[in-house]
Design a protein around this ligand. Structure first.
Ligand code: DGJ
Length: 736
């Protein structure tokens, strides 16, 4: 059993971790432990209570002791306004205007399998996997009931949490903040790792100590954002890639989020994660309920890399869905950087043809094929093919592409609306704008109000028409701005605070409907690159365009950062032309291929500009990628050096049984008189011999030496050189 219940003591076990809670005599649900797997014995002895001045006592307890305070106790789900002065999980607005709630434990319940959340993405259990614990908490005054859900996927080493709040009272209550997760650590110092960035520069890793006070990352941009990722890690200060205790938290949500940390007066650390409260309030009438999104949690004693690998597997196997989850994704050629908006149907076909000759399998027609769309200031919303520009119907174009042996894919931005569009002229109230205020434009466009069911229905209809009218087998679902001026004509004034969450629920409804109607279509999401790079989107689209930066050297850090919490198979990554359109940098073709193939792989350039040698090199790249696809995409992924290494960023994929590994190293800086770069190879078997092909020659080394002494990366002979080094096992060392 992965969940052990002993009266009011609840212990959850995964392969490597244990999590424990207990409802105490006052009904407070205490958090007792989350860390390395241990026994199910009661750890409440560890909670020391002192009389801490200015940390008050709940009335019932305060009559007998001053040592019991909600301001100092480790809890599972704390409330604002009743004596816990730290960051809290829930804040409500009661009918009398007060903002207080006090949750008390009522009961616990074990459910078979892993819970699902209606209308929201969540990890799912495979056959025979998963258990669920539900803990019921209630506020006796307002009648609010809070159900805390814990999903345990023991073999995956994953615990998930979600929350459902029900108004069982007689009057309406407004939720002002309702987090999905709270975690309290009674002791220990931590570093936290977050991912920050900006458009075209996403997923930079920041590691800082958790300090006194509140620190947070979040988004109020309507989307999870380029600026901060809804993923973070906490680790012991001395934790490394391969050692030390680390925790990871991935919020399975594509909208506004807040991940807060506070180190309190007693050196305790609290984490709260959920929908960002700044743009959120939700009115619950008597009988109403609201589910809050899921957070996926992992613990590993094997360092930062250990946590990453738990997330890679869980997201790949238990979050991504549909026929494309396990199927090899097609190698695509996209026309965006080749043509931008300036193309004809014949040019597209010639790009596709050259792509097919090099081994590409899917041609993706990007922005500009519909409505009045020769630049990015008009046309969004008018999903009618521009036959004059294409020189034929979309169906005919798709068939011409198919005749070349390629599949046909299409770019869409269904959430966007241009002021200069028929859709806006016909339905100005469908755009997100506040009456009486001029809206903030971004990329000259507005946002379609996905919180409205009529808009959702319209988009489901419009996209379905395109997908059934032409042979489309791939969709790039883009979204090119953040959301502000939040207001919906369909919501009453008292419910405008629900807009941001309703928008995300609307988006999920549309994606669920379209992916079920068109199960064979591969959906890749995109938010102007990584603007919506989160586990929520991965539930609907098994790959996400990683960044509008295709420069291989910049991609090193973008993909490195993303790999902290996401499998590389989900990171859209393309080989583009040089000089790079974003940076002007010139990198070797081999480097661009070596970086892009550690992602959902493709090309985004005009093959007409390539020499015959380059075309031959691309053919070889594609052959290599196909040959090693399983190793790259389903192997265990190890980061060997970070992009801030003085010379080289290196990473590795190893098959889980240690039979084969592929080490890639890219010189982001070459120096004269270079010091050899050595990396310790991971995931091999100590007692096997490996034949190492490092690009300069072949030699033999034992798994133990490659792990302990390391592997030498050949020196760079040119700027930005990449090496791909294959290590194949060949016999046991024990026999020698
Ligand atoms: C932003 C995307 O990230 C690009 O790849 C491209 O599709 C453009 N939008 C098209 O407008």
């Amino acid at each position: 059993m992965s969940i052990v219940i002993d009266k009011n003591l609840f212990t959850l076990h995964t392969r490597g971790a244990t999590y424990q809670m207990k409802a105490d005599q006052w009904g407070t649900l205490l958090h007792l432990y989350y860390g390395e797997r241990t026994d199910s014995s009661d750890k409440s002895y560890f909670v020391q209570q002192n009389d801490v001045g200015f940390s008050g006592n709940p009335y019932e307890a305060g009559q007998t002791t001053r040592r019991y305070s909600l301001d100092t106790l480790p809890q599972e789900y704390s409330c604002f306004g009743t004596g816990d002065y730290r960051i809290t999980a829930m804040r409500v607005q009661n009918p009398d205007g007060s903002q207080a709630a006090g949750l008390r434990f009522r009961s616990g319940e074990l459910l078979p399998g892993k819970y699902a959340i209606p209308g929201l993405p969540a990890l799912y259990a495979q056959e025979g996997q998963g258990e669920t614990l539900v803990l019921h908490m209630e506020d006796h005054v307002s009648g609010l009931e809070v159900e805390l859900y814990y999903g345990v996927l023991e073999d995956l080493d994953i615990i998930t949490r979600a929350v459902r709040i029900i108004n069982r009272g007689t009057e309406a209550v407004t939720l002002e903040k309702a987090a999905s997760v709270q975690l309290d650590w009674q002791w220990g110092a931590f570093d936290w790792l977050s991912l920050y960035g900006r458009h075209s520069m996403e997923q930079n890793v920041q590691r800082t100590p958790v300090r006194h006070g509140v620190q947070s990352v979040g988004s109020v941009r309507g989307i999870s954002s380029h600026q901060y990722s809804p993923f973070l890690m906490l680790c012991e200060p001395n934790a490394t890639e391969n050692s030390g205790s680390c925790y990871g938290f991935s919020f399975v949500y594509s909208g506004e989020f807040l991940m807060e940390l506070e180190k309190d007066q007693l050196e305790q650390t609290r984490l709260i994660c959920g929908i960002h409260p700044d743009n959120f309030s939700w009115r619950l009438e008597p009988g109403d309920s609201l589910w809050l999104p899921e957070t996926v949690m992992a613990f590993s004693a094997q360092g930062i890399g250990g946590v990453s690998r738990i997330f890679h597997r869980a997201l790949r196997e238990n979050l991504c869905r549909g026929v494309w989850k396990d199927k090899r994704r097609p190698i695509l050629i996209n026309n965006w950087e080749a043509t931008y908006f300036d193309f004809t149907g014949d040019q597209l076909v010639s790009i596709a043809q050259a792509g097919a000759e090099m081994g590409a399998e899917l041609f993706v027609l990007d922005d500009g094929w519909f409505g009045k769309r020769d630049e990015d200031i008009s046309g969004l919303g008018d999903w009618v093919p521009n036959e004059e520009k294409l020189g034929c119907t979309l169906k005919e174009l798709g068939e011409r592409i198919q005749a070349l042996g390629l599949d046909f894919g299409l770019w869409l931005e269904p959430e966007g609306i241009s002021e200069d569009s028929e859709l806006y002229r016909n339905h100005p109230d469908w755009a997100v704008e506040i009456p009486g205020r001029k809206p903030c434009l971004s990329r000259s466009q507005l946002v379609l109000d996905f919180s409205r069911s009529d808009v959702q229905d319209y988009i489901i209809g419009a996209v379905s028409k395109i997908l059934s009218g032409a042979p489309v087998s791939y969709v790039k679902w883009d979204f090119n701005r953040a959301i502000c001026d939040k207001f919906s004509h369909a919501l009453p004034a008292g419910r405008q605070g629900e807009f941001a969450h309703r928008y995300v629920l609307g988006l999920y409804r549309v994606l669920e409907e379209l992916t079920s109607r068109f199960p064979e279509v591969l959906f890749e999401s995109c938010g102007g690159g990584g603007g919506r790079f989160d586990a929520g989107m991965l539930y609907y689209t098994p790959q996400i365009w990683g960044s509008d930066t295709t420069d291989a050297i910049e991609r090193l850090s973008i993909q490195y950062g993303a790999s902290l919490g996401f499998p590389i198979s989900c990171i859209g990554s393309h080989v583009a032309a040089v000089p790079s359109h974003q940076t002007g940098r010139i990198t070797p073709l081999n480097t661009r291929g070596s970086v892009a193939m550690f992602g959902a792989f493709g090309y985004e350039l005009d093959p007409g500009s390539l020499s015959s040698e380059e075309k031959a090199a691309i053919r070889a790249q594609i052959t290599f990628y196909k040959e090693h696809y399983d190793l790259i995409h389903h192997g265990d992924y190890y980061r060997l050096t970070a992009p801030d290494h003085p010379n080289c960023t290196a990473w590795e994929a190893a098959v889980p049984d240690g039979g084969t590994a592929l080490v890639t190293a890219v010189y982001h800086r070459v120096s004269p008189n270079p010091i050899p770069v050595r990396v310790r190879v991971q995931g091999l078997r100590d007692n096997l011999w490996y034949e190492v092909s490092d690009g300069t020659g072949v030699y033999r080394a034992s798994g133990a030496s490659l792990r302990q002494c390391g592997l030498v990366i050949p020196a760079a002979k040119e700027e930005y050189q990449a090496w791909q080094m294959l290590l194949r096992s060949g016999g046991s060392c024990d026999e020698d």
